[in-house]
Design a protein around this ligand. Structure first.
Ligand SMILES: NC(=O)c1ccc[n+]([C@@H]2O[C@H](COP(=O)([O-])OP(=O)(O)OC[C@H]3O[C@@H](n4cnc5c(N)ncnc54)[C@H](OP(=O)(O)O)[C@@H]3O)[C@@H](O)[C@H]2O)c1
Length: 312
């Protein structure tokens, strides 16, 4: 099959011919129709993940997938050949990823059905970013009318988090560069979003909207300690980039270090919200699998929202 692979790290992702995987016990073999890029794919190519995860070569990149069940491993229940499924590849090593024509995934974790109303191209870009946005919002226990600062709102996780937070009735302050990125963030939801320019005086802009400090922060990009200083006393921050409580010693705030867990309930909840029209998957570019190296270049250069890859 065709796949986006690395022969070593650090190296540039390339399209190559590799063996089609076979489903082990408890796994689904999925014919991949769509996938998307995430920060971990770039981090893997750059060699940043080898210190904390086993890498198997040729290493097929990719975590998000959507497609059709092609075969079932021994003992799989609850799925049938032909089912439309999506989710996140969760394995204890890197190398059996979804940027390929086929992928194997554990049936019991990281996979869910695609409901009517969710397009396969959107499903392939939803898992990692959607689950991370949802888990982060749940971590800060955001209430209605509370003020939430989303740093990194223009990215894949952020553009889903803006919509989910607005739907919960929060007052959303979202970061973006001036110009096209601001227009993108403003257009994410029908609800009012206060956009602040992270390349300017961030503190001044946020304090003008929330003089006593914000109730919560999603730290998806930027300087975590600077963002934590914008919280009101007792406020909460969820960090997807590894900020810990140690970074705010002596400050009356709580830091949640997020490791998103895309379990089937979370995936199903996200899928239903998209199918009902309450949530939009912010795909801003789609590349064919054969052009995935160009997709990586675009991701590295800063494309707002999600970059999808069409694999069939
Ligand atoms: N812990 C987990 O489970 C988990 C899961 C998924 C993702 N993550 C991590 O979470 C982060 C966000 O993921 P993502 O997929 O949304 O990444 P992304 O698509 O690259 O988005 C990041 C966004 O932040 C913007 N940005 C850059 N510097 C900024 C700053 N100083 N202040 C505010 N915004 C800034 C970027 O804009 P420009 O491109 O214009 O610079 C980009 O739009 C990544 O670090 C990713 O690795 C963690």
């Amino acid at each position: 099959m065709r796949a986006i692979t690395l022969e070593s790290v650090p190296s540039a992702p390339a399209v190559a011919e590799v063996d089609t995987p076979r489903p082990e016990a408890g796994e689904l073999l999925v014919k991949v129709a769509a996938a998307s890029l995430n920060g971990i794919d770039l981090a893997t190519a750059a060699g940043y993940t080898q210190a904390f995860m086993e890498h198997r070569y040729p290493l097929v990149l990719g975590q998000d997938f959507a497609g059709t069940v092609e075969a079932l491993g021994e003992g799989v229940e609850g799925f049938a050949v032909g089912d439309a499924v999506f989710g996140v590849v969760l394995k204890p090593y890197l190398g059996a990823g979804s940027l390929a024509q086929y992928v194997t995934v554990p049936a019991g974790h990281g996979a869910a059905r695609i409901p009517a109303g969710l397009k396969v191209g959107d499903a392939g870009a939803l898992g990692v970013a959607g689950a991370t946005a949802l888990v982060s919002l749940d971590a800060v226990a955001l209430g209605e009318d509370e003020t939430l600062l989303i740093s990194g709102a223009s990215g894949g996780v952020g553009s889903l988090a803006v919509q989910l937070a607005a739907a919960r009735g929060a007052k959303v302050i979202a970061t973006a560069r001036p110009g096209a990125q601001t227009d993108f963030v403003t257009g994410l939801t029908g609800a009012e979003v206060h956009v602040v320019d992270f390349t300017g005086d961030l503190e001044g802009q946020v304090r003008a909207i929330a003089p006593e400090g914000v109730d919560a922060v999603l730290h998806l990009a930027g300087d975590g300690a600077q963002l934590a200083a914008l919280l009101r006393p007792g406020g909460q921050l969820a960090s997807t980039t590894g900020l810990t409580q140690d970074a705010v010693k002596g400050q009356d705030v709580t830091i949640h270090t997020i490791m998103a867990n895309p379990d089937p309930r979370i995936l199903t909840s996200l899928a239903e919200q998209v199918a009902s029209g309450a949530l939009r998957v912010p795909v801003t570019a789609t590349y064919p699998l054969e052009q995935a190296p160009e997709a990586f270049a675009a991701f590295g250069a800063g494309t707002p929202g999600k970059i999808a890859v069409s694999c069939s």
